[in-house]
Write a protein that binds this ligand. Sequence first.
Ligand SMILES: Nc1ncnc2c1ncn2[C@@H]1O[C@H](COP(=O)(O)OP(=O)(O)OP(=O)(O)O)[C@@H](O)[C@H]1O
Length: 831
Amino acid sequence: AQFISDKHGISITSNSDQHFQNGTLKLCVEGTAPVYFTYYTPLQWLKYLNLQDEHKVTKANPLTLNPGDSYEIKVYFCCHWVGFYPATLAFEFKPDLGPSSTSFHIVRFIEAQCMGSLGVELAPVAPYKPRSLPAWTPEVNCKIVDGQPPEGPLPAVIGVYTYIVINCFFCFGLFRRALLESPLSWENYTEKMQLLLYLEELQMEVDIKKYNIPNNDKEYATMVRDPVNKKLLVLEVPGVSENRPSVLRGDKLLVCPIGEKGVKYCGYVHSVQLDSVKLGFSSKLLDSFIDGMKFSVEFTVNRLTLRLQHRAAELAATKRLGKVLFPAAPAYVSQQIELPNLRLFDSKLEGNKEQSQAVQHIVAGSSKPAPYLVFGPPGTGKTVTLVEAIKQIEKTQASCHILACAPSNSAADLLCQKILDHVDDRKVYRMYASSRDPNCVPEQLKVSAGCSWECYTFPPKEELMEYRIMVTTLLTAGRLVTGGIPAGHFTHVFVDEAGHAVETECLVPLAGLLHAETGQVVLAGDPKQLGPILRSPFALKYGMGVSLLERMMNDFSLYQKDNDVFNNRYVTKLLRNYRSHPAILKIPNELFYDGELQCHADEILRNSYCNWQYLKQRGFPLIFHGVTGLDEREASSPSFFNRAEVEVLMGYVTKLLQTHSKKGLGSISPKDIGIIAPYRKQVLKIRKALEKVGKDLKLKDMNALKVGSVEEFQGQERRVILVSTVRSSPNYAEIDKKFSLGFVKNEKRFNVAVTRAKALLIVVGNPRVLNTDPTWAHFIKYCSDEGGYDGIHFTGILAEEDEDVVARLAALFIAINVQVRKTQISWKCQT
Ligand SMILES: Nc1ncnc2c1ncn2[C@@H]1O[C@H](COP(=O)(O)OP(=O)(O)OP(=O)(O)O)[C@@H](O)[C@H]1O
């Protein structure tokens, strides 16, 4: 405040409060005595900004400003890069020119935003106004009027598992702590896993309550009728698509109309939109509903998934899975396993001894009852190894039934698609949960692999049991247990991306379905990629952040190296990367895999962008494009977007799609490109922009260009990957941490994002913000050293830039502990 305030009768203004006009800054003098204007300077070196005044004021050439005078300084901004450019200017004056005269300073902030028409189109629909809800205790002991659930099977009878929640609340300090602190063992397994689940649930309860909306004069919720299905009401829930709050199709919430006491209406979620949910209520509410009616809203934790995990932890004990979950090394070295001779479906695997041996061991069941582990860095062929083993078992073992699972729907879809390459689709059933949005089901799976996507009703148990291969997410596999599929029916359970799942999730397809002695479990994954996502700091502290795959690798000798070799009867480590150009692999290989990863990607494919005309450096198919955008939000949605990054991304997408087949460069279609962005809003803005690009280029299949979060890309690959990091202000780091969002300071997310590309990787982000994270700093330096840096000027040495400002403030005798407040005065010029 001290430095931005006008002083000694001098005021510094622009012609207009809001916008620069003709780039002019005006100094006005209103005092009674003359003042000497001695110096002005931007406090950072600004390549794109140029200040000029007629008198060419310097210390050696000061200008006398008399009362009533005004003096103009012209500000020129010239930049080729879209983005947001703030700067701090300091103006120095003296009351007289005597040698002992002390100068005084006035500081101004200016901002320039350089934007194209697309950026203008994507502007916030309304200024961001976060909803701050007061703490509120809902009425208890009300009559609940049930609503209309979405079509599909309702949760069947599973244990309720609530008793211990209360129990654990009161006894936590006494015996529970000892249990949590003791190492996990088969003896305490169920109890400890359940306790960790309760801790997680307690945190979920605390988190979700913050979103409850009271019904008072200031705060209330309103709903409108869904224009398509008049029996549904639409409730605005900003942030719901980023799990803030976490609400899925089939979940319930409670509303209470203003003035009504003692009754609440239960609404079932029929679909989750970006910032709203569609709810099914009883006709009692619908009949009296009028648009604009005021309600209180209570969100509830969906306990179904928790109950499935509790049940799995319990069944693990009753079904005696000790030998599976705590595998012992065999007491004696059993005879050499006879490995089957196999003709592989995917002939590529024949050239890789580790992969083909892993398939043989899995087919032979040589690790039983211990799980077989396939682990290794990205793109080393874990998924294809699993898929090959599934196909071989299906082909060679007439009585087999295979359950293939993954933590997410997109990874399970990928598994299913790969299986269908060679297996008759009448033998495969892709089972979806009712929470799955039918619009996200890949087209190929809509016409094969059962028809469950359409109506979410499942065939009778007997019919289901006839399918040779069942593909589900880990949690949806719980339906098979509920549906009474007997233990042992599935002879093999495969879990891909197992490192991404909480152990109790991974238990769901095992406990109750697997025969402890005869069943074969296969886990594939990479502990260096995305791990389990948890809310409770206690659950994390006491070990729930370690996946089953990681626990196996850490704790059991049969999965560890003996004399520097792994025993491939139990475990295979894959190290040949078949996906990416070596330049793309270099940083993750150095940072996460001790340089062990070897590049074996197909030469023609991996080099297919090495001569792309828009590369900064021929032969180096990586671009880091520095953009200083703004991380904006709109209306009441907490999700972020960055228009400047969308514009830069679209520039590249257009160039890519316009690059026709040239020498060494295949033509590319939207399905070969993927765009990864960390926030839902950015994903949507990118999709909107892509529609425009698709129209301009007259492309019909633009929807095939996948845009999604890192979670949606885990396990996926594309010829070209673009990454938008969005963050441009370091101030939001806490939000990212709290909600497990964003790229900064999240190594695993970084690792997954940069290892999806085969031939070209383009990262668009703010180098100043990313540079505060050592992993990103390493990556940006690498791109710059190899000539792959593009975009705004960036020295790469942030500390130096900061010191520069500090030094210059000091030089101006301005105290350096100023808390610089941004945008006191903000001019925007559009170019
Ligand atoms: N032996 C091989 N020879 C040639 N290509 C292979 C071989 N094994 C795998 N690939 C190819 O490598 C790519 C990556 O394989 P896959 O997706 O199975 O890797 P992953 O280890 O599961 O990766 P991620 O950890 O990222 O999920 C695929 O395009 C696959 O076809």
